[in-house]
Ligand binder design. Structure first.
Ligand SMILES: Cc1cc2nc3c(=O)[nH]c(=O)nc-3n(C[C@H](O)[C@H](O)[C@H](O)COP(=O)(O)OP(=O)(O)OC[C@H]3O[C@@H](n4cnc5c(N)ncnc54)[C@H](O)[C@@H]3O)c2cc1C
Length: 431
């Protein structure tokens, strides 16, 4: 059998291959500002844009170059739904909170679409909807039972039984599908560049390759050390998500409330004529109902992007690509002759309740625990933190609740591979 990997297989993200480096960060930032932001991914940049538009002086520092972080490595899903299942949120926080969390996830997606339009960001935004395919009969029954709540929180949603799922996907391997009409896809690195430009246009300072190594309170403000230099600000926002390290005391404490897991994405070579239409007849994105879900969507006109579980932690990106792609090829017969051109990796930050959080720790604001839905949620919640600092919130966000502690948090996430395997096992056992 021929290898599914292209002879030109690359382990760099497909999205940045043809994108020129950002390189527009400009002059050195001032030493004193209203707000310092640690991390210039979607969350940090979105907060910077909102604050700067309200005439606040702001610097967003990033340890790496703009375009190298997770925000340029995602699969590009701009979805409507948090990672946590509605039943899980209801069980933990009650139905009223569950409803709000789901309702605000939709607002987050709408916010990002509006931002893209307002700023004229060219990032191939496609609002064609999402097909959620049930991986078992039980999963389909759960989708059916939750339909009224989905309609209430996500808008236009319909359910198709297995005999009609071919209208949406080129596969008979599932047990019926839910169609969410408003979900979108985009080119994530182009969104990230566009957001960085929008923040700069609004007056924010960006400093790349400038790691924050200390944050301490001093006379009612914060002293921040970045790139070896001292800065001062009235407010600090930590927007480091899965890259939250041990750089400062407050980051070390917050990191213990996150589980960091590896994530993988791939793109196919250009598809042969007719294949796209046979795999995803309406050009919608696809996901299944596993907790660690598989995702697929058009990447431009001729390729597909895929992400999801890629097997155990061992193995290089070649192995990961083969494993991940085999999930789709085994279920979508039209992919039989397709090959993989790129496969890359990054990390997810999972919170204990599988929802993103904004909050305040020792006077420092944070936006953490994106759980793999940061394209809408980091962008939206960065904006929400900015509104909070500006005192312009009409009501608190449902995501504004302290990041919960993780029981038995393993030092350095040493037992992480086991934890991820446990989730995969749970998916298989509780079908
Ligand atoms: C393979 C993959 C596929 C994904 N697919 C999707 C998807 O389809 N849809 C979706 O919604 N989400 C997806 N995600 C998740 C999404 O990419 C993230 O949730 C999102 O980018 C997080 O944005 P952020 O701004 O919160 O954090 P990031 O983009 O990670 O930004 C944090 C930044 O903080 C910086 N930093 C860390 N420490 C310091 C320090 N001490 N000083 C200065 N800077 C620091 C880091 O360098 C980093 O650039 C995917 C992620 C991966 C890896």
């Amino acid at each position: 059998m021929t290898d599914v990997l292209s002879p030109q297989f690359s382990t760099q993200p497909y999205w940045t291959e043809a994108l020129p480096p950002f390189g527009e960060t400009g002059a050195a930032p001032p030493e004193q500002v209203d707000v310092i932001i640690v991390g210039a991914g979607y969350a940090g940049l979105s907060a910077a844009r909102t604050l700067a538009r309200q005439s606040r002086s702001v610097i967003a520092f990033d340890a790496v170059r703009i375009g190298e972080g997770a925000s340029s490595r995602s699969a590009g899903s701009l979805g409507n739904v948090p990672k946590a299942k509605l039943a899980q949120i209801n069980a933990r926080y009650g139905e009223a909170v569950g409803r709000e969390i789901y309702r605000e996830a939709r607002i987050a997606r709408e916010f990002v679409e509006q931002l893209i339009r307002d700023e004229g960001i060219d990032c191939d935004l496609q609002t064609r909807g999402r097909v959620v395919a049930a991986h078992s009969a039980k999963a389909f029954a759960k989708l059916q039972a939750a339909l009224p709540t989905f309609r209430d929180t996500m808008g236009s949603v319909e359910i198709l039984s297995p005999d009609r799922q071919r209208e949406e996907i080129g596969s008979d391997a599932f047990h019926g599908v839910l169609v969410v009409n408003s979900s979108a896809t985009l080119q994530p690195a182009m969104l990230h560049h566009g957001l960085a430009r929008a923040a700069i246009r609004a007056g924010a300072h960006l400093a790349e390759q400038c790691r924050v190594t200390d944050i301490r309170r001093s006379s009612g403000a914060f002293e921040v050390t970045a790139g070896g230099k001292a800065y001062r600000a009235a407010h600090v926002i930590i927007a480091t998500n899965a890259e939250t390290g041990r750089d400062t005391a407050v980051m070390r404490r917050l990191r213990r409330r996150l589980t960091i897991v590896p994530a993988f994405a791939l793109t196919t070579e250009e598809l042969a004529p007719g294949v796209m239409e046979r795999v995803l007849p309406k050009g919608r994105s696809f996901s299944d109902t596993f907790q660690i879900l598989h995702y697929m969507a058009p990447a431009g006109e001729r390729r597909l992007v895929m992400s999801g579980r890629a097997g155990r932690s061992d193995g290089d990106l070649h192995t990961k690509a083969r494993r991940l792609f085999s999930y789709f090829r085994n279920r979508f017969p039209a992919l039989a002759e397709t090959r993989v051109s790129h496969c890359w990796t990054g990390t997810f930050a999972l919170s204990d309740d599988w929802i993103p959080h904004i909050g305040v720790e020792e006077g420092v604001h944070y936006m953490l625990g994106c759980c793999g839905v940061g394209v809408p949620m980091s962008t939206y919640l960065g904006h929400r933190i900015a509104l909070k600092i500006l005192g312009q919130q009409e009501q608190a966000s449902a995501y504004d609740r302290p990041l919960p502690a993780i029981p038995y948090w393993p030092a350095n996430n040493l037992f992480l591979p086991a934890a991820v395997r446990a989730l995969s096992l749970r998916d298989r056992l509780f079908r």
